[in-house]
Design a protein around this ligand. Sequence first.
Ligand code: GDP
Length: 141
Amino acid sequence: MSTNRTFTMIKPDAFGAGNAGAILKMIEEAGFKLVAMKITQLSGEAAGKFYAVHQARPFYKDLCAYMSSGPIIAAILEKENAVADFRKLIGATNPADAAEGTIRKLYATSIEANAVHGSDSDENAAIEGSFFFSEMEKVGV
Ligand code: GDP
C-alpha cells in the first residue's frame, strides 16, 4: 500500500553550494508537503549504515566518505504518489542522463555528487525516514 510519503536528503555538494533553498522551493512548488526536516551531518559510520544496501558496489567507500563530508538536509515529504513523483522530479542518478528541469540536471555535479536523494520504494521511504526521525517527528506538525 502506498503511504504517500518519501524521504529525501539534500546532499553535501548541494547544501555546501548554497542550493538548499532553491531545491526546497522546487520540492514545495511540485506539491510536496514538508512533514519533518532537519540539518544534520552523517558520520562515516552512519553513512555506511544508511547505504549498507550498496556495500558490495565499487563506489561504496567513496559514497560514504562523500555523504559524511558536510552538512545535509534530511526530510520526509508527503504527496499523493510521493515516491514515483519525487524520483521524476529529481531525475536520473547521473546528471548527464537527467531530464531537463530536474533537480539533478540543475544542481548535480557528478554521478556521485548528485545533489539529492530520493527513496526508491514506499518500503525504503519508511525505513529511511525512521533512520533520521523519531516517531513523534514522523507525525508531522
Ligand atoms: P539513486 O537511487 O538515483 O540515488 O542511485 P543508487 O541507489 O543507484 O545509488 C546511490 C547513490 O550512490 C547515488 O545517488 C550516487 O550518489 C552514488 N552513486 C551511484 N552510482 C555511482 C557510481 O557509479 N559512482 C559513484 N562514485 N557514485 C555512485
